[in-house]
Design a protein around this ligand. Structure first.
Ligand SMILES: C[S@@+](CC[C@H](N)C(=O)[O-])C[C@H]1O[C@@H](n2cnc3c(N)ncnc32)[C@H](O)[C@@H]1O
Length: 246
C-alpha cells in the first residue's frame, strides 16, 4: 500500500463512516436515513426561491438547514469515483496549513487532517449545521486536534495558507472573482489553490442556486487569468491547481 492509500481506502470503504455519523448526528435510524438521502437533491432545489444576488449567502446560512447535509452526503456516496479523484489531487498538493473554504460535510477537510503532510486544517463554512456536523465527525475519527471550525476566513486569524481547497463552492457565491482575490491575498509564492466551478443551473434547473450570469463569470475568469497560473496535474477531473502569479 502506498503511503497515503489508507486515506483513499477509508473513503472508498464507507466515506469515512459517513452514514453512521449522519444517523448519530441526526438521531435517526437506517430507514429514515435512506429516505433522507434518496430525496436529497430535489428537496434542496425545491427549497430555493430562484437566485437573485445577495440571496446566495442567506440561502446557505439560513434556509438549507440539514437538507444540505443530505444533498452533499447523497452526492459523495453516489459519485465516489469523482470524489476519490479529488482526494488524490489533494494528496499531491496539500501541505502544512490548509484552508478548506465551503467545506460542506467535511470529506476533503477530514482527509487532509489524516495526512501527515498537513499540520492543521481550517474548515470554513457559512452553514452552522455543516460546521457542527464536521466537528462531530472529527471527534469520532480522532482528528479533532487537527481541525479548527470557522464561519469566515477572517475568523481563522491566519494570514498565509499553504493550501487552499475550494471545491464546488465558487458557483454558489454572488461574486466569485472577489473570492479569488481574497484567496490570492492569503497565499504565498509556494502555496497551492485547488479550485473548481460549475456556473450552470442544469438542464432541468437541478441547481437553481448556481450563478450563471455572463458578466460575473467573465470577471471571474479575468481575475483567475491575471492573478494565477495553473500547475499541471495528470488527474482527469475539472478541478485545477493554481499558484499565484504576483
Ligand atoms: C456544494 S457545497 C460543496 C461542499 C464541499 N466543498 C464539497 O466539495 O463537497 C458548497 C458549500 O459552500 C458553503 N458556502 C456557501 N457560501 C459560502 C460562503 N460565502 N462562505 C463559506 N461557505 C459557503 C455551503 O454552506 C456549502 O457547504
Amino acid at each position: 500500500m502506498k503511503k497515503y492509500d489508507f486515506i483513499l481506502k477509508g473513503f472508498i470503504d464507507n466515506a469515512f463512516d459517513l452514514k453512521s455519523h449522519l444517523m448519530d448526528f441526526l438521531s435517526i435510524e437506517q430507514d429514515a436515513l435512506d429516505g433522507f438521502l434518496e430525496n436529497a437533491k430535489m428537496d434542496l432545489a425545491n427549497l430555493h426561491p430562484g437566485i437573485t444576488l445577495g440571496e446566495a449567502r442567506d440561502f446557505y446560512k439560513e434556509i438549507v438547514g440539514d437538507k444540505h447535509l443530505a444533498d452533499l452526503a447523497a452526492w459523495h456516496i453516489s459519485s465516489k469515483d469523482y470524489i476519490v479523484d479529488t482526494l488524490k489531487l489533494q494528496q499531491r498538493f496539500s501541505k502544512n496549513l490548509v484552508l478548506d473554504f465551503g467545506g460542506g460535510i467535511g470529506t476533503h477537510a477530514l482527509a487532509n487532517a489524516m495526512s501527515p503532510k498537513v499540520e492543521h486544517v481550517f474548515f470554513v463554512d457559512i452553514n452552522q449545521t455543516n460546521r457542527n456536523f464536521v466537528e462531530f465527525r472529527a471527534d469520532k475519527l480522532g482528528l479533532r486536534n487537527k481541525l479548527t471550525f470557522c464561519e469566515t476566513i477572517k475568523e481563522t486569524k491566519i494570514s498565509r495558507f499553504d493550501t487552499i481547497v475550494c471545491l464546488d463552492v465558487l458557483e454558489h457565491l454572488s461574486d466569485p472573482a472577489f473570492q479569488l482575490d481574497a484567496f490570492h491575498k492569503i497565499m504565498g509564492p509556494q502555496s497551492f489553490g485547488l479550485f473548481n466551478w460549475y456556473f450552470y443551473k442544469g438542464e432541468n434547473n437541478e441547481y437553481p442556486f448556481h450563478i450563471d450570469d455572463k458578466e460575473i463569470i467573465e470577471k471571474f475568469f479575468k481575475t483567475l487569468q491575471s492573478k494565477f497560473i495553473e500547475v499541471f496535474h495528470p488527474i482527469l477531473i475539472t478541478t485545477r491547481t493554481y499558484k499565484k502569479i504576483k
